[in-house]
Design a binder for this molecule. Sequence first.
Ligand code: P6P
Length: 335
Amino acid sequence: MSKVVTLNEFILDRQDDFPFATGELSRLLNDIALASKIVNRDVNRAGLVDILGAQGNTNVQGEEQQKLDVIADEAFIKAFENGGEVCGIASEENDDFVAFESEAAMNGKYVVLFDPLDGSSNIDVNVSIGTIFSIYRRKSAIGTKATLEDMLQKGTEQVAAGYVIYGSSTMLVYTTGKGVNGFTLDPSIGEFCLSHPDIKAPETGRLYAINEGNLNRCHPGLKDYCEYVRQDDPSTGRPYSGRYIGSLVADVHRNLIKGGVYVYPSTTNSPEGKLRLIYECNPLAFIIEQAGGLATDGKNRIMEIEPKRLHQRVDYYAGSKQMVEKIHECLRAAE
Ligand code: P6P
């Protein structure tokens, strides 16, 4: 039986991956892992304790805040504020960014942008949900309060990114720009253990994740793509399959492992798209590109988009390289 490598051991072994880092990024990744274990515990108890059902508030997106959303948001903010590596955060659940005010935090080198619990509408029906995080070096001076400019950096500036999927098992998947590695939580020891080293997304696949209910309200090229996947894959003679979980992290994770594509286009209802650039699309794009896939807005790399607003939304086409390229072909042909 091969040696169990815990996340902590892996991060320490890979310390040299972070040039000039003196351990802060390692400690920050461990803080995220700890907060994920706390959220995992609450997600697993959701059906038992009175934390199901809406908190009664609505978040900045106008979505009813589930109690677990709020619990997860608070758990991660507390971990970042107390960890001493982070000077400020921006959360998909909060209207504005937060610049921490303690002296220790203001000396933090990093900012974290995150979606504490994506897919939360699935909580009540026990479908996998996820946390998504993105880590940047601050641009403002050490010792000062974090600024909006710290939060609005291009995805190419990320120093690390990842997600936690609370599913049949709980996994933490992250990259620091040196490949993608996945860790599965072993509840018997409370440790994330290396289970998916060096994840590479298959160049192509048979699974496509799109809400076909939007087809009459989005780019006509997507109708052509959905017509294309109704035929067998010409290169294998095998049929495609639609797999849309309605939980971004779960769809993206499956496509990374098995090959596939996830699409959320802008529609007449959501002219800018639904998914948020800095909390969801950029961190997942970093992971997907590091695993050999593509993540675009239908034309350009997601990570090249200059963010203008915290809650900016974008069109999102992400997953196996050849499948994203095929969609680009359909979009161009229909223009
Ligand atoms: P729709 C969840 O709210 C989410 O942001 C993603 O996790 C998911 O892929 C998408 O929205 C589902 O949206 O409009 O198809 O229900």
